[in-house]
Design a protein around this ligand. Structure first.
Ligand code: ATP
Ligand code: MG
Length: 441
């Protein structure tokens, strides 16, 4: 194995001072997978104070942030390296975190507390790859396997359940049978885990190549972390446009979506409102009137619980709210959408609708897909040409309207009215034409 010169240097400095030190975890796994190197975590027998002392003697900058947890951050050529002392976890009482951690001398103990065999390998130049739990073999066989007794490991820390799903989705690995069984046996313990930590794993899961397979095989786990999705599991859609029930449609839409956090999350939640508004007409056809705004309100609750950023919250709920509005492509006017929600959101909305369509009856979607792809091109052209679609693009502003005698609320209303006319090409965006229009009224 080869790691960056700087990481090698840190490990060598520690070894030269009589300490054991290794690159550990994700970086060894990614190396064996042939993936490019990301951050390298280092684990060492040296206690944090000793690590700090040794680094300082070697003129290496140190950040002390994680000292209580045994972590010292070294900064070398602008890169941060977390150096953590070999640890053994104390007793776990709340399915979350150990009551205590203690420092140990043996790398084996440190590796045995790690979650999966593929994440429990260490490396240094002298010893090569230290693989005590069959991590290499599991990488070769594409298997996620808990280190030790899976049932106990998930009881210790239930977040590992979401991590197993995440690694399965991103690496396209299967979860080994006894680990899989332990996931289903312990999935309700996820209720004890901080929602934002679950969300971090969920986001990564959604971006995985195998998100569809994992969302399908582990839908009960998804039902634990997003109970609002449970009614979708068996919600039939008897409608010529559909070939899947609501949940299967949802996960196929996730699969069809670009690997963008906002769009994949939107797809996961886009039809969450359907079960609660379902009606069946006299011909037996199912309808889901107003499922978009209803779904946006449900999504708000879900996203608040996950404590997502304001940006994610606004974008995802807006896209869900409006996704039904682009169902009929013949009614779409790109510039009107631009005026309503801006270029960013409109582009995302069209992509949402394209992903949504791919999870419909393939015999029906050709025309819509073609139109939506044309709209994406049209949108880029409008933006590139600098055409007007927002108030600030207009050739007049509030001051011009004040000069013409408008006051207060009227000003905003007039500007909007002008914008709508300009967007619909019923009025030229020149000061002369706009003032002329206002004087005529
Ligand atoms: P990524 O490439 O996404 O960063 P990673 O494997 O580095 O993947 P991290 O969350 O950065 O994942 O964790 C670093 C290492 O710490 C893991 O490889 C694993 O050995 C260990 N680890 C992380 N979380 C847990 C956990 N909940 N239980 C046990 N070990 C864990
Ligand atoms: Mg990492």
């Amino acid at each position: 194995m080869k790691i960056s010169e700087d990481a090698e240097k840190l490990i060598n400095i520690l070894s030269d001072n009589g300490c054991k030190a290794y690159a550990v975890g994700g970086c060894v796994r990614d190396y064996l997978l042939g993936k490019p190197e990301k951050d390298i975590d280092i684990t060492t027998s040296a206690k944090p104070e000793t690590v700090e002392e040794i680094l300082k003697q070697n003129n290496i900058k140190v950040i002390e942030t994680g000292l209580q947890h045994g972590t010292v951050t070294a900064v070398l050529n602008g890169e941060n390296y977390e150096i953590t002392t070999f640890r053994k976890d104390g007793e776990y009482k709340d399915n979350r975190r150990p009551e205590s951690v203690s420092f140990v001398d043996d790398v084996k103990e440190d590796l045995s507390r790690r979650d999966f065999t593929i994440n429990a390998m260490a490396y240094n130049h002298k010893e090569g790859i230290v693989d005590l739990f069959g991590g290499k073999k599991d990488i070769d066989n594409k298997v996620i396997r808990a280190v030790g007794n899976a049932d106990l490991r998930f009881k210790e820390d239930a977040l590992r359940i979401m991590r197993a799903l995440r690694f399965s989705a991103t690496l396209c690995f299967d979860i080994e049978e006894s680990t899989k069984k332990a996931i289903f046996d312990n999935m309700y313990l996820l209720d004890n885990i901080a929602k934002e930590r679950i969300f971090t794993e969920l986001k990564k899961l959604l971006a995985g190549d195998n998100a569809l397979q994992v969302l399908d095989a582990y839908k009960e786990v998804i039902g634990v972390v997003i109970p609002e999705l449970k009614p979708a599991f068996d919600c039939v859609q008897n409608n010529p446009w559909h070939i899947y029930n609501v949940y299967d449609h949802i996960i196929h839409a996730v699969d069809a979506a670009p690997k963008d956090e906002i769009i994949r999350l939107t797809m996961l939640l886009h039809d969450i409102g359907k079960p609660s508004v379902k009606t069946t007409d006299e011909k037996g056809i199912d309808h889901f009137k107003f499922h978009a705004p209803v779904g946006a309100d449900i999504a708000k609750k879900v996203l608040k619980r996950f404590k997502v950023s304001n940006e994610v919250y606004d974008k995802v709920t807006t896209l869900i709210r409006y996704h039904q509005g682009v169902e009929n492509v013949d009614d779409i006017r790109v510039k009107r959408w631009l005026a309503k929600i801006g270029a960013d959101y409109t582009k995302a909305l069209f992509k949402v609708r394209i992903s949504d369509l791919y999870a419909h009856n393939p015999a029906k979607i050709g025309y819509e897909l073609k139109k939506l792809n044309e709209f994406l091109i049209e949108l880029d052209e409008i933006v590139a040409a600098g055409e007007a679609f927002k108030i600030s693009d207009l050739a007049v502003n509030g001051n011009d309207l004040i000069a013409l005698g408008y006051k207060g609320k009227e000003i905003g209303e007039k500007l909007n009215e002008i914008l709508m006319l300009v967007v619909d090409a019923r009025l030229n965006n020149t000061k002369e034409d706009i003032v002329d229009y206002l004087n005529r009224k």
